[in-house]
Design a binder for this molecule. Structure first.
Ligand code: HEM
Length: 499
């Protein structure tokens, strides 16, 4: 062996030795960090608790193991520990009492792949705080919570009713029309105008969002989140989903560029323009949150979160009306008494319609749209209920555990408007009604969503009676998939004009 080979061999051995020591120290550090995590089912190396859970509906696994491990426990998604919070008090203690510590957004691979951590929904820390404050104020300025927004929804409800009417006596799938109507509200705030239901571009944008949510809520989406480093190299629907997203991103960029040619600094006409004005004001500030990447990702966040959630809830609402015709009849009686047939429903009508209000709440409680909310992350090492949760750990608030807690609801597992009705028939509020989350990251679209649900739902039931193409007992109200969000089933139905 010559001198060069001897030297090379020694250098390789020294480097290997160093690597081993570094790996050992890193893992020991991790073990120390993880040793005070809340308890949970034992994981296997690399795959974690994968084989113990049903990836199609992991929230059921979490509900089940919370019976053994209590209200705070750890599960391993692949090689990553995830702390799950279960029950109203625990979720409130974390997201409200220690809200700052729990306020980060986790690096959920499917979310990070499309946002790269930018934008209102995916960012954390000071950037997220700036974007959230700006978005809430801007949404308010463009009508959120104000009368003009209610008018926008009322007008859109008329278009929706008209589109339903065109189907006459034929059965049809209401999914696309509901998406169009709901999406037009957030689209008009963000992009400054509404689009026709048969606009090709509109159909494309909605299909991108729909494919994204379906993928996220499927077992494949769940596996991608656990093993992104493998899945991204395998064939599968995610490539098409991400490609669609890139096109949506281009669309937002084009819209932003168009506005830059003719920026109205005094009174911006939509969210994008307001953002561009702010970008201009903060140009040159090295730590400004108002940068192009945050604009594009925030527009996507608002547009997608504002479309899929509310339209899915409405789709499920109409299915429940077919399943429970007596409920539908009673709502229509209340509509006839309070609103009549000659004017359209208004936001003010809600306070005189306790039964309808209770039904909409019960629909949201039972659909349990986001069973594990959106994943949070710890902003710093935090003591919580006697455990230590390290900075950056993913945390899942198990909203499902609150919405179906037998201690909090009279009939947690059945569709029962009594959950929101007092003995005298008036509407009964419930603290445990948490479909929009809680604390610092609570859904900023809650006010808008609640207004849309009431106005679209009552406008449709004022004009139509919904019935199924199937016998009542065969109507399946269980979700189509429920990994991340619960996606309600698609169906065909009849919308018969009321006389
Ligand atoms: C039925 C309708 C809706 C439901 C059930 C719902 C539910 C939720 C939930 C559970 C979260 C996660 C909260 C957390 O991280 O702890 C969330 C976040 C969010 N929602 Fe909604 N949402 C709905 C409608 C809307 C609408 C109409 C908009 C449009 C303005 C919207 C925009 C957002 C955004 C941007 C976030 C992320 C906020 C942040 O990270 O700070 N949502 N929503």
């Amino acid at each position: 062996m010559d001198i060069v080979s001897v030297l090379e061999t020694n250098i390789v051995s020294v480097v290997m030795g160093f690597l081993c020591i570094i790996l050992f120290l890193k893992n020991r550090g991790k073990q120390n960090l993880h040793s005070r995590l809340p308890p949970g089912p034992s994981p296997l190396p690399i795959v974690g608790n994968l084989f113990q859970m049903d990836v199609k509906q992991p929230y059921k696994f979490y509900l089940e193991i919370s019976k053994k491990y209590g209200s705070v426990f750890t599960v391993w998604l692949g090689s990553k520990p995830v702390v799950v919070l279960s029950g109203y008090e625990t979720i409130k203690d974390a997201l409200v009492s220690q809200g700052e510590e729990f306020s980060g957004r986790a690096n959920y691979p499917v979310l990070m792949k499309v946002t790269r951590g930018y934008g209102l929904l995916a960012s954390s820390g000071s950037s997220w705080r700036d974007l959230r404050r700006f978005s809430i104020t801007t949404l308010k300025n463009f009508g959120m919570g104000q009368r003009s927004l209610a008018e926008r929804i009322q007008d859109e409800a008329k278009n929706l009713v008209e589109a339903f009417r065109k189907h006459g006596d034929s059965a049809f799938n209401p999914k696309q029309l509901l998406c169009n109507a709901v999406s037009n509200i957030i689209y008009s705030i963000v992009f400054g105008q509404r689009l026709d239901y048969d606009d090709k571009q509109f159909k494309f944008l909605l299909s991108v969002i729909n494919n994204y949510f379906n993928f996220l809520s499927s077992s494949k989406g769940q596996l991608y989140n656990m093993f992104p480093w493998v899945c991204q190299h395998l064939p599968g629907p995610h490539h098409q989903v991400f490609e669609g997203f890139r096109k949506l991103q281009k669309y937002v960029e084009k819209e932003a560029d168009r506005r830059l040619e003719d920026l109205d600094r005094e009174s911006p006409r939509d969210y994008i323009e307001a953002f561009l004005v702010r970008m201009e004001e903060e140009k040159g500030q090295p730590h400004s949150s108002f940068v192009y990447e945050n604009l594009v990702a925030s527009v996507w966040s608002l547009f997608s979160a504002g479309t899929e959630t509310t339209s899915s809830t409405l789709r499920h609402s109409l299915l429940l009306m077919q399943k429970y015709p007596h409920v539908q009849e009673r709502i229509q009686r209340e509509i006839d008494e309070v609103i009549g047939s000659s004017r359209c429903p208004s936001v003010q009508d809600r306070q005189n319609m306790p039964y309808t209000d209770a039904i909409i709440h019960e629909i949201q409680r039972t659909i349990d749209l986001a069973p594990t909310s959106l994943p949070h992350k710890m902003m710093r090492d935090t003591e919580f209920k006697g455990y230590c949760i390290p900075k950056d750990t993913m945390v899942l608030p198990l909203l499902s555990s609150v919405l179906s807690d037998p201690k909090l609801w009279k009939n947690p597992h059945t569709f029962d408007p009594g959950n929101f009705l007092a003995e005298d028939g008036s509407f009964k509020k419930a603290d445990a009604f948490l479909p929009f989350g809680l604390g610092k990251r609570v859904c900023p679209g809650e006010g808008l969503a609640r207004m849309e649900l009431f106005l679209f739902f009552t406008s449709l039931l004022q004009r139509f009676t919904f019935s199924s193409t199937q016998p009542l007992e065969e109507i399946d109200i269980s979700p189509e998939c429920s990994s991340f969000g619960k996606v309600p089933r698609s169906y065909h139905c009849y919308a018969t004009l009321r006389s």
